[in-house]
Write a protein of this length. Structure first.
Length: 486
């Protein structure tokens, strides 16, 4: 087809040149010279054909380059779109509006951080408890505990509440006293909710028939959930009495009973599993159409003859002959959790707080207390999952807190994770283990680590990873970030 088209073009060019020249010579009635014959019969058509073909090639070259550039731009855009996936929206988070602590070496996150920074937070020899060889046990004991005052107060209240005697031992009384103090502090901060005082006033006016007809309805404060985590060795009846007492403490502090959510039966199976409780609260927060306000408290104590005997019986007590045992501790820790809107309405919060973004969980295949050479990667996987879900690069982590104790198995596991996900951190200054200073105390240790992480995230202005690896099997990693950056 191209050959035929070129042949037609050739004939047309020569025909036009020859025909035009002959017509011109006949009209002028003159005989052309030899040079004119060569010019019009040969040179002119060849020049026209050369110009046509040269122009056509130049045009084809220009259009080809433009097409190639367009294809390159489209390909680059496609590659960029493929290489840069659209970020998924973050799951709904919970703001830590406030925290409260009653632990050895500190009755607040600020005080505990100061003690940890000064290297003065260390377990000591106990003045009341001894091991089987008659030596004082190493322990971390609360400096103050009004267990006697609480016992008298609760014994007066219990008949009114129609509750049987829970037969608490001395360690349980100390744990409940610490929990009561923590709850009273958190309740005072929750009482600063902007809706609470106007709503209480309107309810009082309504009961006393002083509310004007047609008065606008004052917004009610959200339903407050109270979740208490007690040691797994507490009997069900003891935990039930302790739960009822904490609800009494909350209402005495001023929170209206009608705005206190009924206890959730599902939470009783958690025991001292703080990670499961927090993960469930985050899942509940996923219902963004509902207001959210909750207090989570953990309390416990091993500091009684019964508690020391139980640890010794399981060969889990720290002694000179068993340095990989647990150092018993005691205390209570609590968090006031809210959605972002409710957190802004709690005036007592003062600071914007931090955000509990994600809680990732896992379970080891073998107990960490039984392995000699640990190759389990469960904790590393959990930490990586927390960062992935929170869309945070490990290079941006500002600090790691953990419930980790002094035991070699736990410290080694923690350090392996830190060097894996956040190698830029200094293990000496950027990694904080709570149980090594405050003793092992179940869920209290991790909630304490979360309270410290909350304060550190605000001060450092960056995300903090909080890890739980003190339990033989359970592994958790929580990601916190400053509320202003969430």
């Amino acid at each position: 087809m191209n050959v035929l088209r070129n042949l037609v073009l050739l004939l047309a060019t020569f025909g036009a040149s020859w025909g035009g020249a002959i017509w011109y010579w006949r009209e002028t009635n003159r005989m052309p010279a030899t040079s004119e014959l060569v010019l019009y019969m040969l040179v002119l058509p060849l020049a026209l054909l050369t110009g046509w073909w040269g122009g056509r090639k130049a045009w084809d070259r220009m259009t080809s380059l433009a097409s190639e550039r367009t294809r390159d731009q489209v390909s680059a855009a496609q590659v960029t779109a493929t290489a840069t996936p659209v970020a998924m929206p973050l799951p709904p988070a919970l703001t830590i509006a406030a925290s409260a602590l009653r632990v050895p070496h500190g009755d607040s996150a600020h005080a505990l951080r100061g003690a940890l920074a000064g290297a003065g937070a260390r377990p000591t020899l106990d003045s009341e408890l001894y091991d089987d060889d008659g030596y004082p046990v190493m322990s971390a004991r609360l400096a103050d505990s009004d267990a006697a005052g609480l016992r008298e107060e609760l014994q007066q209240w219990r008949p009114i509440a129609q509750l049987d005697d829970p037969h608490f031992d001395s360690a349980q009384w100390r744990a409940l006293a610490a929990a009561s103090a923590v709850l009273a502090e958190l309740a005072a901060q929750a009482f600063g909710h902007a809706y609470l005082a106007p709503w209480l006033q309107q309810e009082q006016d309504r009961q006393q028939s002083r509310l004007p007809p047609g008065a606008p309805v004052t917004p009610a404060p959200p339903m407050l959930q109270l979740l208490a985590l007690w040691p797994s060795d507490w009997k069900a009846q003891q935990a039930a009495v302790a739960d009822q007492w904490l609800r009494e403490v909350l209402t005495r502090a001023g929170w209206p009973a009608q705005r206190l959510a009924a206890p959730a039966a599902a939470t009783r199976g958690d025991g001292d599993d703080a990670g499961a409780a927090l993960a469930r609260l985050l899942a509940q927060r996923a219902d963004v159409g509902q207001d959210f306000l909750a207090i989570v408290i953990a309390a416990g104590s091993h500091l009684s003859e019964e508690g020391i005997a139980q640890l010794a019986e399981r060969n889990a007590l720290f002694t000179s002959g068993h340095p990989q045992g647990q150092i018993p501790g005691e205390g209570a820790a609590g968090l006031l959790l809210a959605d972002a809107a409710q957190a802004k309405l709690i005036a007592a919060a003062g600071q914007p707080g931090s955000v509990l973004q994600t809680v990732a969980s896992g379970r080891r295949a073998v107990s960490a207390d039984e392995v000699r050479r640990d190759t389990d990667t469960c904790l590393s996987t959990v930490a990586a999952k927390a960062l992935q879900d929170g869309q945070v690069d490990g290079a941006h982590i500002a600090l790691v807190t953990a419930d980790t104790s002094h035991r070699t198995s736990r410290v080694t596991e923690l350090m392996h994770v830190v060097t894996s996900v956040a190698p830029q951190l200094d293990p000496g200054t950027d990694v904080i283990g709570i149980a090594g200073s405050c003793g092992s105390c179940g869920a209290v240790s991790w909630l304490t680590a979360l309270a410290v992480a909350d304060a550190e995230a605000q001060d450092r202005g960056g995300p903090v990873l909080c890890i739980s690896n003190e339990d033989p099997y359970r592994r958790y990693a929580a990601l916190l970030r400053p509320a202003t950056a969430a």
